[in-house]
Design a protein. Sequence first.
Length: 81
Amino acid sequence: MTADSKPFLQIVRGDPGPEEIAALVAVLTARARAAAAARDGDGGAARPSRWADRSRLVRSTFAGELRPRGAGAWRAGGLPR
């Protein structure tokens, strides 16, 4: 058997239906594409949300930014931008 005629996927036990095989192929394809995108550095992964971003915990200076003013300014100063 050559590498071209060797099956990529072989089910050795059970009797899966066409829907189950299609689901398995879809999952394997998605994982392969995600691995290829990560390897190529395409930036396929989205940036984390601001709440998950750890850099928001670093205290920022107000140099060059507008300072919160007015009622509730003390509260707005601690919120992420």
